[in-house]
Structures are given as C-alpha cells and as structure tokens.
Design a protein around this ligand. Sequence first.
Ligand code: TXA
Ligand code: MG
Length: 346
Amino acid sequence: MITRSFKINTAEPEPHIIKEAADVIKNRGLVVFPTETVYGLGADATDSEAAEKIYFAKGRPSDNPLIIHISKPADAEKYAYTNEIYYTLTEKFSPGPLTIILKKKDIIPNTTSGGLDTVAVRIPDNIIARALIEQSGVAIAAPSANTSGKPSPTKAEHASEDLDGKVDMILDGGDCRVGVESTIVSVTDGNILVLRPGGVTVEQLESLGYSVILDKGLLEAPKNDFRPLAPGMKYRHYAPKADVYLLDGDECDVVSFMLSAVADSSDVGLICYEDMDISGEHVKYISRDINIAASELFDILRYFDKTNIKTVYSVIPTKDGIGLAVNNRLLKAAGFKMIKLSEILQ
Ligand code: TXA
Ligand code: MG
C-alpha cells in the first residue's frame, strides 16, 4: 500500500485534506493523525473490519482494546452507557488527555473493545484530530500509531518509521504537546481508579473531591499473578533494544556512576540532565521541567533504538504531576530494573 503523507496547517487545517482523510475513515481505511498526547492510528470504531486492520498494521495482540475518540462529551451516548461522573470528569478535563472506561453499547464491535464489555472513550484536544472526527461523523478507534512494543510516536516521522506502507494516510501536525499518552480511568463505587497515569495528573483528579486509587503495578514490578485492568499495561511497551536501568540515589552519586559508565564503555547511553555536565556520543538530555521531559521521553527512547548500544542508564525524574506518567513509562522501558547506588557505592 502507498501511504500518503500531508503536512497540515495546525492553525487552520486544510479542509480538503481533512475531507479526504475522513473519506478514508468512512471507507474502512487507516489514517494516522496527531493528538495532544501521541499520534493515533485511526479507523472507524463501529466497523469490525476497519478495526481489525489497526491490529494488523500495528502487530497488536487482539485482546488489547482500542480507545475510541469523539469530539464532544455527549457523543459518547451513541457508543456507551455514560454516568454522572463521566460528565463531571469531561466537563473538567475535556477536551484533554483523559480516557474514561464505560460499559459499551452494541454499536461498538468486539474487535474494537478487545472482547471486553467496556469501551475506553477519549476527547482529544488537537485541532486536526477534532476536525477529522467531526468530518468522519463517527467515533475513531485509535491506539498509539507505533508498531506494538515500540515507544509511542510523538512526531509524524516516528509514525512513518513504523507504519509507512501499512496505512492509507499520515496527517503531520508537528510535535505532540503532551508527549505521554492519556490518563486512563475507570470509575467504581464513586472512586476514580487510575489504570494508566498520563497527561491529566492524579493531583488534578483529586481536586474534584473523589478518592483516586492507582492500579497496582503502575510503579512496581508486576507479580506473576498480577492482571492489570488495562490489558495493554501487561505488555512490555516502550522497550528500547538496549537494557535500561534507572539510577536511584543522590544526584552526585548518579553523576559519578554515569561518568565512569561512559568512560568505561562506548556501548553505554545515558539519559541525564544537561546541567550534570556529562557529555558523550550517546548522552541524551532530558529537561528538569517535568512537562517538557514528558514531551521528550519517547523521542529519546527511539533514538537509542537506532543505535547499537547495549545499556542505557537514566536519572529518575520527579513523580509529581505528569512525572508519575514519565516514571511509569521509564520503569516499563527498564523492565522495572533499578540500581540502588547507596548499596553499590559504599
Ligand atoms: O493518548 C492516548 O490515549 C493515545 C492517543 C492516540 O489517544 N492512545 C493510546 O492508545 O495510547 P493505546 O491503544 O496505545 O493504549 C490504550 C490502552 C491500552 O493499554 C488498552 O489496554 C487500554 O488502553 N484500554 C483500552 N480499552 C480499555 C478498556 N475497555 N478497559 C481497560 N483498558 C482499556
Ligand atoms: Mg500504545
């Protein structure tokens, strides 16, 4: 298949290109489009055959359900059974990086819901995504537009590295603002259960007065019997080819460990802060501003994938705000491997 890519004007998306992309969706095709979090790989959420193409293009296990994207909260009525808390949450955070799990209606095929009786609903805050959903006139099912197991794409180039030749169209809307995926919540007994930390922070959710509970395993290695509530969280996502270790310790110990690691081997990559004054071929700087760090992380992980380095050592950014999501993705990239420097540098 020939994939056609279009650079889109992010102030005023070209109506004729959006119309063409919407026609692709209506005709059971695949369109990669930008959202504020990461790029999505979209198809008609109500069409089983279209949704099947998504799994095939990504190489995604069929038990891993898709998020459906709509343009305004009330549109969920067509696809799912909403409730009061859905409207409270969407009033506060939509459009934005929040995904809410609801009981699905029959119009959503099992292919889209990965066989579950629930469906994940999200209202993205990106002008191109919104225009595409509105023109298509249907909910768009879209996982992140990467090959299964690779870091999510935050640039159109990332998506085309993975999906060129496998999708009909790629809409290039530049870099994604948030850079980590949406927060996924399910609402049970009046509590908010976070299945995946993301762009809407736990602190923001708590500000609504609900108690917010984190699904086990988001920040610690899953036990053998652990079954995450978001099926996708069980897969080793965000896994670069290299072995990744997070360095836990005082910052001066982290710096000396990193300096000796790069001095000893050319096979080592680092994720550190620029002001640590460490340089080298495979040294990548991540911002101390956690919002910026979130938008840099996946591009850094993809960089390491393109090299032949064997090991990556990383700082551990703050867990505050969106830092919880950054830590979760880094931990998954590391397969939860952490080096406690106080124990080895005695
Ligand atoms: O920011 C995002 O959410 C991006 C953009 C494109 O919207 N999408 C995204 O989709 O990250 P994906 O498919 O890469 O991740 C969706 C996650 C998976 O872990 C999946 O298992 C979970 O959501 N999920 C989807 N439907 C679910 C459901 N009904 N119940 C529980 N988890 C669900
Ligand atoms: Mg994904």
